[in-house]
Design a protein around this ligand. Structure first.
Ligand SMILES: O=P(O)(O)OC[C@H]1O[C@@H](O)[C@H](O)[C@@H](O)[C@@H]1O
Length: 325
């Protein structure tokens, strides 16, 4: 079991002469989070609560994700920032019998996940073997002690979730597999609620959404079509896009310079969210209030309609966020 108080410290990199330096994986003193670092300096930190990625830094130590200064990291509330996992419902679904009693965005982000282990480039076969890579696996099931009690009472299915976080020098991939261990099918929605850090939202341009239809949640859920090649954010924005090409990237640029390329695997939708002034002011855990200028949520998901997962079957989806420079 990895989560124990006196687990051995990882050996110092210099203590293995002849071997190339390997990624390190270290638990925090209180066992609340795990940090993986590549020998070249890139790092990722995942809070077991929600299996929420709360930090992703490049080799220079520059943070790529936005995390509210008032985010609760003690397990008392879903984390405001990083990459919370939305499952099995996006928002609330009062008319959907299976999920109508679940809280907003479900229970994956409010359950304590288990750390299942790591793989490094040394133990990875194929092309990944030569690049520094570390993959962290997390699990949550209907039998898990850390499951939010709201799940048991309001979503009584047997299920198993595996969430993998893969760090490479210039990208972060997060992938989820949701398995139905029950004897009956269940419906679910999945979304990776990524808060990307940007310097100034007023200079941000998003490409890859041209001609996509979207549901505009700040305009009575009206369905619209994106008509411009780039999307900018100038007010509260909350849209569920269905890009025509599921495999083409959504690129976030600032002042014409690409920052992030977000690609999706089996996730048909992309939510673009920025709360802007009034919504940011209304969220107690959103600090600083001007922080909406430094974040843009680009959230790959399968949330328009439902994924029906048969007994014994699984739904899988993933995102890769590649650094553009
Ligand atoms: O405050 P929460 O529950 O984390 O949700 C934040 C936002 O999450 C987005 O994914 C939704 O589209 C928004 O409608 C919502 O406001």
């Amino acid at each position: 079991m990895v989560e124990r108080a006196n687990k051995p410290k990882p050996p110092a990199l210099s203590a293995t002469p002849g071997l190339p330096p390997q990624p390190t994986v270290v638990f925090s003193e209180d066992n609340s989070r795990v940090t993986a670092e590549l020998p070249t300096g890139e790092s990722v930190t995942v809070l077991l609560y929600g299996a929420t990625v709360i930090s992703w830094k490049d080799a220079a130590g520059d943070e790529k994700l936005w995390l509210s200064e008032a985010a609760k990291l003690d397990g008392s509330k879903a984390v405001r920032g990083g990459i919370p996992i939305v499952f099995p419902v996006f928002g609330t679904a009062p008319t959907h019998p299976q999920t109508k009693s679940l809280p907003q965005h479900g229970f994956a982000r409010t359950s304590r996940w288990e750390f299942l282990g790591k793989s490094t480039s040394e133990s990875m076969a194929g092309p990944a073997a030569n690049e520094p890579t570390v993959k962290l696996d997390f699990g949550l099931s209907s039998a898990a002690p850390g499951l939010d009690p709201l799940a048991t009472t309001n979503w009584p299915f047997r299920f198993n979730l595996i969430y993998s976080v893969t760090l490479k020098r210039d990208s972060l991939t997060t992938s989820i597999v949701a398995t139905n261990d029950d004897a009956q099918p269940f419906d679910c929605q999945v979304l990776l609620h990524t808060y990307l850090r940007v310097k100034d939202i007023t200079t941000v341009e998003i490409t890859g959404l041209a001609d996509a239809t979207y549901i505009d949640k700040v305009d009575n859920a009206t369905t619209k079509t994106s008509t411009t090649p780039t999307t900018t954010i100038t007010s509260e924005t909350d849209r569920v896009y269905t890009p025509a090409s599921p495999s083409s990237p959504v690129t976030v640029s600032t002042s014409g310079t690409p920052l992030y390329h977000v690609t999706r695997d089996n996730l048909a939708n992309v939510v673009i969210w920025n709360p802007w002034t009034a919504k940011a002011a209304a969220m107690a855990d959103f600090e600083p209030k001007e922080g909406f200028r430094n974040m843009l949520c680009v959230e790959p998901g399968a949330v328009a309609g439902w994924q029906s997962v048969e007994a014994g079957d699984a739904f899988e989806g993933a995102q890769t966020i590649a650094l553009a420079n």
